[in-house]
Design a protein around this ligand. Sequence first.
Ligand code: GAL
Length: 632
Amino acid sequence: MKPELGCCYYPEHWPDERWAVDAQMMVEAGLSWVRIGEFAWSRLEPKSGQFQFEWLDRAIETLSNAGLKIVLGTPTATPPRWMLETYPDMLAVDREGRERGFGSRRHYCFSHQGYREACADIVERLAQRYGSHPAIQVWQTDNEFGCHDTVISFSEAALAEFHIWLKQRYRTIERLNEAWGTVFWSMEYSVFEEIGLPNLTVTEAAPCHELDFKRFSSDQVVSFNRLQTEILRRHTSADLIHNYMGRIVDFDHFAVGNDLDVASWDAYPLGFLEDRSDYGEEWRARFARQGDPDFQAFHHDLYRAVGRGRWWVMEQQPGPVNWAPFNPAPLDGMVRLWSLEAIAHGAEVVSYFRWRQLPFAQEQHHAGLLSPDGRAAQGLLEAQQCAQDLQALGAVEQAKAPVAILFDYESAWAWQTQPQGASFDYFRLVFEQYRALRKLGVNIDIVSKGSIGEHRYKLLLAPAVMSLEPDLLERLESASDLLLIGPRSGSRTPNFHTDTSQPQLFETVFQRSVESLRASASYPVGNGSVEHWFEHYDVPEELVVKRTDSGLPLVIGRGQSFYLCGWPDEELAKGLFEELLHKVQVETLELPIGLRVRTTQTHRFWFNYDSEAVVYRGVELPPAGVKIEQIQ
Ligand code: GAL
């Protein structure tokens, strides 16, 4: 596969005369793709039922005449102001019961049926008009589902749809009462209509009520997306895509992805380090201009799975962003490094956000490839360099990874609902295991419950999977030479009751207790420790593979399957994974703090995320340096 570059462009922000100049410059910079349209609803339909497509016709012609391939976005993330006249109750409602007002974007509630009809209408019109346009080779649905915390809405519309969803799931109110355990605190219901949304309760709502509302809210995103894909498929054979975000777990991306051809995500390494990292000041200072060395790669691997092998970076940070607490400039070379790293992980396209910095509105401080005056910014220079790199690279072919980690959105909702310890966060746990593996220099695949069994791995990790139905456990075991599950895996039934047969690896049920740990209470193990969470099992000696320094069983197992009783810190995780990998003859490395490697069938890529030069195996890489070795 020969990777390509692109950018995000908003013709409605610039005078028509400029479009051809921009298009020409994009092509000269080595870009092949341009994404347009995803926020343009107020210009496409300025008044309800009055459409103006001519400007978009001209923009598409101008861009395609220059030789660019186009991604056309549906504009449903930004309903215009008039929509509120038609549907005053279409606004999403937050947990405190407040409407999320008009004046930015993503203010709609996924459950509002009238708004869905309006979306279907604009998508149908766009699809009819442009569905067979040869330059429009990809359609993007909406924009960043879930961004700005917009999946969950406590609106009247959501309540009505939640009742329907619950009736379909449980059929009878008795079954719901049993699943939710409503006898506890006299919460029993006699009819579905009595059920409210799980916000504004005095203390926490019944956990299965909360979990079901999260499941429902995710399903609403899936069906909202599907409404659009079904229309688009009737009018176009182009690929369908959505641009997901970093560290958003509020909906099941695998389920949305099943209705699309390609996945993509919006990679803002510096914004994410500032805005959504669990790591402290020292780490942030060290990587302030480079981004976390594993955060991008994690999402590349996650979205490769969501796209069933096909994925893009739809928005690549090109310089400082505007939305994080601090917005430093990337170290020179990082825009190129991020782009090449995506390509090393199999991205078909890396597209920069945005073409030109805009001198008005919310994102005035957000860099583009061009500065507001239209001159080349640092981002453009690096994109051009990357275009040359791609010429030299030729085709990049992915190799199958020896290791995989299971990622499961429902498990994220489960532990949000009952974390049991303030620091228990599912994403963080999975991400830390991922980081430990990556520091050992191995390629990693992320897999979903649904895709287990498509490939056999030397080592498969399944941390904190809420429920392990027997069939899933069997599939995990037969898809791996070595399996490591836990902590918390299999600890709940699908109705979120305690599963007393955990850990399901054994015929016998062992006495168990669990505890969450504040930082000062961690259990030392060699150079590392168990932190955040520990499970005590009273197991026979012969099942204990490893103990904490104080003698508590830490890894227990039989045959090729093991259970990890706690949350390992990075040192401990690295040590455990290294031992397991060596058992199955997978070679590991000991990478310096900022160095990462990705091996494909055709090339080996080395990336220096550090702000200082790194010397490894006799090779020196400057800060932000990339070294590419040809394998064949
Ligand atoms: C993304 C979004 C873009 C733009 C960008 C700024 O989340 O899709 O429209 O707002 O962030 O970094």
